[in-house]
Design a protein around this ligand. Structure first.
Ligand SMILES: [Zn+2]
Length: 232
C-alpha cells in the first residue's frame, strides 16, 4: 500500500506516538526493569471481557499496569458459544496462563450495542448488518425478559452480562476445567467512572460431581449468590 498521500504525518497520530514515547520514558524512570521484565512473559490473574467502547479502557479505569489484565473486547461484551475468537481467548487463558483466578464480564451504562439490541427486540427497529447477526442472540434473549415494554437500558445491560456469564459457563473449556476460577459480572458507570460488582459471581471447580447450586455451602457473608459446580 502506498502511503505517500498520507504525508505529512497526521498530527493526531504524531501526538499518539509522542505520548507513547513520554509514557515509556516515565515508566522506565520509575522502574528501569519494567519493560525488560514485561518482555520475558505474562502472568495476569484476571481475564476481562468487555465492550469495545472507547470510554471503558480496563487498564485506565482500574489503574492497572501492562501485564495485569488479559483482555478481549467486542461490541456489547458478547461471549457467543460459537465465536471462535472468544472461545480461543478463554481456552488460552484458563489452560495457558496458570495464575488466572478471575474472569470478569464487564458491561457499561449507555452501551450502544445493547441499546441497538433493546430497540430491535422491543420496538422492532432493525439493526444494521453485520451487527444484526452479532447481536441476534442478545435480541432473542431480550425478547424473553418479563415486562419488555418497560425494560430499561441499564437493566438490559445487567441481563446481558448475566447471559454472557452463562455462555462462558457452558463452554467446553469451563466444563473441563482443572482448577477453581471465579466468573464475575460487573458494570461500569460512565457517568461517575465507577465499577459496580453486580453480585452474580459463579464459582467453577473440578472438585464437585454435582451440577447445580448447593445453598448450604454458600457463605452468606459472601456476595457470591450463585455458585455452580460443573458435572465432570
Ligand atoms: Zn458498549
Amino acid at each position: 500500500m502506498c502511503l505517500e498521500g498520507f504525508f505529512p504525518f497526521p498530527p493526531l497520530l504524531a501526538e499518539l506516538l509522542t505520548s507513547n514515547a513520554c509514557w515509556t520514558a516515565r515508566v522506565t524512570a520509575s522502574n528501569p526493569n519494567f519493560f525488560p521484565r514485561s518482555a520475558e512473559g505474562q502472568s495476569p490473574r484476571v481475564l476481562w471481557i468487555g465492550c469495545s467502547n472507547s470510554r471503558v479502557p480496563e487498564s485506565v479505569i482500574t489503574d492497572s499496569k501492562p501485564g495485569d489484565i488479559f483482555t478481549t473486547w467486542n461490541i456489547a461484551n458478547q461471549f457467543h458459544t460459537d465465536d471462535l475468537s472468544s472461545q480461543c481467548v478463554l481456552e488460552f487463558v484458563i489452560n495457558g496462563l496458570p495464575n488466572i483466578e478471575h474472569v470478569i464480564v464487564v458491561g457499561h451504562t449507555n452501551c450502544g450495542g445493547v441499546k441497538a439490541a433493546l430497540d430491535a427486540a422491543r420496538d422492532g427497529i432493525p439493526v444494521a448488518p453485520p451487527l444484526d447477526r452479532w447481536l441476534e442472540p442478545l435480541v432473542a434473549h431480550i425478547k424473553t425478559l418479563p415486562d419488555l415494554p418497560n425494560q430499561t437500558l441499564s437493566n438490559v445491560v445487567k441481563e446481558n452480562v448475566k447471559m454472557q456469564i452463562e455462555n462462558i459457563c457452558s463452554s467446553d473449556t469451563i466444563k473441563s476445567i482443572k482448577k477453581t476460577v471465579y466468573i464475575h459480572g460487573w458494570m461500569y458507570h460512565l457517568e461517575q467512572g465507577h465499577l459496580e460488582d453486580l453480585g452474580f459471581t459463579w464459582k467453577v471447580t473440578p472438585n464437585r460431581s454435582e451440577a447445580g447450586p448447593a445453598p448450604g455451602e454458600i457463605d452468606p457473608s459472601s456476595h457470591w449468590n450463585e455458585v455452580f459446580w460443573w458435572k465432570r
